[in-house]
Design a binder for this molecule. Structure first.
Ligand code: ADP
Ligand code: ZN
Length: 722
């Protein structure tokens, strides 16, 4: 008989001991089912020991395990990664384990499930809800709950449509095998520069062993083609590859491109998967059948059977940082996973983060460079457009010279992209008569007008309301005015300027599913769009050879926030969006609208002096002891009750330990003082690099009590300071 220490999928409790009866064989990593109170919960054996013969009485009281799943045990490297992540980000190991097990339904051996899809038949009584459901569902298929979510209607509406014959049940097999990609399907002829980079990665894959790389190549240099060679090598070695992308929206074009190179699609992993797809993917990952997995950051913790390579594409993207639950940075955890698993990790970027460059400078990561665009394409010409000298007409946002450039591009039948990182029509709506501003009732944030959907929406909590006909404050009708531009307003302006141009708005509102983003890519490639107006969603990954003009509507926008990475992020964002221009045979040009043409960021972009900019930024960080030279951790104290939040924050502030090399700032109300109905207070810990700040915080918070209504979150290496 043995005793097993089991980590259960319950974040509130630590590991518990269970008795293992003879019929169950377990080892560390075994996935088991264990009783907890009246329920049974999945968990993973963390330690298993033979019970000593002189077992204490206590051992007899241990409850027996309820079962062992017929699945391979989680490997030691993954278990170490889970421990490390929990420790580093001050999270419970169970909440990290949850990301590895991912889907309770995947653990069971069921092979089929019943899903639903539209039959094409229209019911006689088409209520608005039913019409909306059928329209949104389109070709999609899923559980009743999944379809209800997609359609934004209740389950009952879907069930009603089933009764009416407009939606039907279909049996889905969940164990269909994935076809392995073929490493030699359509390998491109690489340029000598690309060949050298690819050889380095292929050797690292063959040799195995931990090896972090920075693949630093300008936009359009062929970074993807190059790391595909490493992926091909991993496939030949019968090892699995994980490719992490910063946005789900990029998955679909990636799948297409991958299939063109390897003959078959890789396995996709993201939050938009149906339960049956998730289950099928998870089991293929665990068995090793899934040779290549492409996913959002949550794919990082999955139990790959034979991991051989990790790629983090667009590695500088801050969307790799998770901002709720376990607040981890997928780029950094990917490097740790590579270390534990003993496999190479490739961080690919045209604008690497200062943190990553610093790892190169310290000799921890190997840098591989691709300094020029593939196929003789030239880097686009970037010019600043001084809004003070060349202002847009009243009530307009595009300066006359940008309008002229759009016109020329249209005449040449080429495509343009206008970039503005603001969704909706206008970021603020106010009453002309009394000055009332529409604020979210749950958040410290303005309601953003969305004309496409005729709503005001809060971008923080999702609260929506119809735009009122009259001001709720003074009752005046027709007095509401939009302030400032969002992408929809720019699209209106473009429509007024060029009524014949075909435009597309690209934001998370319009590309809300992989299918929508695939549709956008197809329309762009088919030349059905002349002018794209988009948010940061269009800054990454896409390759449209006929896109030759990029206009940055407001380059100063990103600089206002004032957080420590504001300048770096602005530089990256504009360099990335500029990188969409002129990727094919035709040269591209970029016009950057700004009120501060002399700001260092703008000057660096215009002169192409990225190195100079980075050097100055890095020096500034060193001087301020900011990351990567010093480190931060944020404590966010929130409660629906303002007094509880304030009092707890003060108690935590008073209990702050005096530690050499560490300062504590605050508490103070967070810039987002209210979020989703919770009042928020922040403390900021600033420490020297080498201090074990997690240990200090653990002990510090361990000594403070707070009411149940209060949540205290610790954000280690924070990227958001709101
Ligand atoms: P990056 O990821 O660095 O921006 P990509 O890998 O997307 O660059 O390459 C840019 C374009 O050039 C893509 O259309 C890609 O298919 C093409 N390309 C790059 N290298 C080659 C090559 N060796 N042979 C053929 N096409 C290539
Ligand atoms: Zn809100």
């Amino acid at each position: 008989m043995t005793r097993a220490r089991v980590l259960l999928l319950n974040a509130a409790i630590g590991p518990l001991d269970y008795r293992v009866d003879r019929e169950h064989a377990v080892e560390p990593g075994s996935i088991v089912l264990a009783p907890l109170g009246p329920r049974q919960l999945a968990g993973v054996v963390w330690e298993a020991d033979r019970l000593p013969s002189d077992a204490e009485v206590g051992d007899n009281r241990l409850r027996p395990l309820a079962g062992v799943y017929d699945l391979p045990p989680l490997g030691a490297p993954l278990r170490r990664l889970i421990e490390w992540t929990a420790d580093y980000y001050l999270a419970s190991p169970a909440s990290v384990l949850r990301m590895a097990l991912a889907s309770a339904s995947a653990l069971d051996g069921g092979r089929t499930t019943v899903e639903y899809r539209a039959t094409g038949a229209m019911p006689d009584r088409l209520t608005p809800q039913r019409a909306q459901a059928l329209e949104r569902i389109g070709e999609r298929q899923g559980l009743v709950r999944e379809l209800a979510m997609i359609a934004d209607v209740s389950d009952a509406v879907i069930r009603g449509l089933v009764k009416l014959g407009a939606i039907e049940a279909v049996e889905v097999r969940m164990d269909d095998p994935f076809i392995a990609p073929d490493p030699d399907h359509a390998a491109p002829a690489l340029s000598p520069e690309q060949r050298a980079a690819a050889d380095t990665f292929m050797a690292a894959v063959r040799d195995g062993g931990a090896a972090p790389f920075l693949l630093d190549g300008v936009t359009g240099s062929g970074k993807t083609e190059v790391y595909f060679e490493a992926v091909a090598e991993a496939i030949r070695q019968n090892r699995q590859t994980l490719v992490l992308l910063p946005e789900i929206a990029l998955t679909e074009p990636f799948l297409k491109r991958f299939a063109a190179r390897f003959g078959h699609q890789p396995v996709a992993w993201h939050s938009d998967l149906r339960q049956s797809q998730r289950r099928r993917a998870w089991r293929a990952i665990v068995s090793g059948e899934a040779k290549v997995v492409v996913g959002a950051r949550s794919a990082l913790f999955l139990p790959y059977a034979r991991l051989g390579l990790i790629v983090v594409d667009e590695a500088h993207e801050s969307s790799f940082k998770q901002e709720d639950g376990v607040m981890y940075h997928a780029r950094d955890v990917a490097v740790m996973r590579g270390r534990f698993e003993g496999v190479p990790v490739i961080l690919a970027s045209a604008t690497p983060a200062i943190e990553t460059r610093q790892q190169v400078a310290l000799g921890h990561y190997t840098e591989v460079k691709l300094p020029s665009r593939f196929g003789g394409a030239t880097m686009p010409d970037i010019a600043a457009l001084n809004l003070l000298a060349d202002p847009p007409l009243r009530g307009r946002w595009l300066a006359p010279s940008l309008v002229r450039a759009l016109e020329e591009t249209l005449e040449r039948k080429e495509q343009s992209l206008l970039f503005l990182n603001r969704r909706g029509y206008a970021p603020l709506t106010l009453c002309r008569t009394c000055g009332h501003r529409f604020q979210c009732p749950n958040c410290t944030a303005w309601m953003v007008e969305h004309r496409l959907t005729a709503r005001l929406a809060c971008h923080h909590c999702g609260h929506v309301m119809p735009p009122p006909a009259a001001c709720p404050e003074c009752g005046e009708t027709d007095s509401l005015v939009p302030c400032g531009p969002g992408v929809e307003r720019i699209a209106d302006e473009v429509g007024a300027l060029f009524p014949e141009a075909r435009t597309a708005i690209v934001t998370s509102d319009t590309l809300w599913s992989p299918a929508k983003s695939a549709e956008f890519v197809n329309r762009m490639e088919a030349g059905e769009i002349d002018i794209v107006i988009g948010t940061q969603l269009v800054t990454k990954g896409y390759h449209f050879p006929n896109l030759t003009l990029v206009g940055v509507v407001d380059a100063d926008l990103g600089l206002s926030g004032g957080d420590l990475r504001a300048a770096e992020r602005s530089f990256q964002q504009i360099a990335q969006v500029a990188g969409r221009a002129g990727r094919g045979a035709k040269p591209g040009r970029v016009l950057v609208q700004t009120r501060e043409p002399d700001a260092p960021v703008i000057r660096a972009l215009v002169s192409g002096d990225a190195d100079g900019f980075y050097a100055a930024e890095t020096e500034a960080r060193r001087h301020a002891n900011a990351p990567p030279f010093g480190r931060f951790a944020a404590l966010i104290i929130s409660s629906e009750n303002l007094d509880d939040a304030v009092n707890t924050a003060r108690a935590i502030g008073r209990a702050a330990p005096e530690v050499e090399g560490m300062s504590v700032y605050g508490p103070a109300p967070a810039p987002l003082a209210m979020l989703r109905g919770r009042h928020r207070q922040r403390l900021l810990v600033h420490a020297r690099r080498t201090l074990d700040v997690q240990d200090v915080i653990r002990e510090w918070l361990g000594a403070v009590d707070w009411p149940k209504s209060v949540r205290v979150a610790v954000d280690v290496d924070p990227y958001s300071f709101v």
